[in-house]
Design a protein around this ligand. Structure first.
Ligand SMILES: [Zn+2]
Ligand SMILES: [Zn+2]
Length: 133
């Protein structure tokens, strides 16, 4: 009876040790895995962004600016902000720089004619050039 109890006790200890060890191992694995996943997601997003740039363009369609680009949804649909959605619905999006994007939204809110937008953009960018000089 005692021998069985001893064996059982030893087994229990080994079992608990292994269990503890396994939990630690899985924590380490999770940490590594997390970093790995993050990196993969980042790379995947960049790849999709590259595709989106080729499909939609990498310049603001109103002024030609290439920095700080936004993809603006032209049908006024509610949509998620992720690059995956833009890629899947790329025909619904146009590239706009920060300034033109802000202007477009301002015009949408005010319900102003789109021709006025172009004039506004030309004037405001002209003013900017003037400031630089
Ligand atoms: Zn927009
Ligand atoms: Zn622009």
């Amino acid at each position: 009876m005692n021998r069985i109890r001893d064996k059982l006790g030893r087994f229990k200890r080994i079992y608990l040790d292994t269990k503890k060890h396994k939990i630690e191992l899985s924590k380490i694995y999770y940490e590594n895995h997390k970093e790995h996943c993050k990196e993969n997601t980042r790379k995947r997003r960049l790849r999709i962004l590259e595709k989106v740039r080729k499909l939609i363009g990498d310049k603001c369609i109103l002024c030609g600016e290439t920095k700080k680009l936004y993809y603006h949804e032209i049908y006024n649909k509610k949509h998620p902000c992720g690059i995956d959605y833009i890629y899947r619905h790329y025909k619904d999006f146009i590239p706009l720089c920060l300034k033109c994007h802000t202007t477009i939204h301002w015009i949408l809110i005010k319900n102003i004619d789109m021709d006025i937008l172009r004039t506004y953009v030309e004037i405001s960018h002209g003013e900017n050039k003037h400031e630089v000089r």
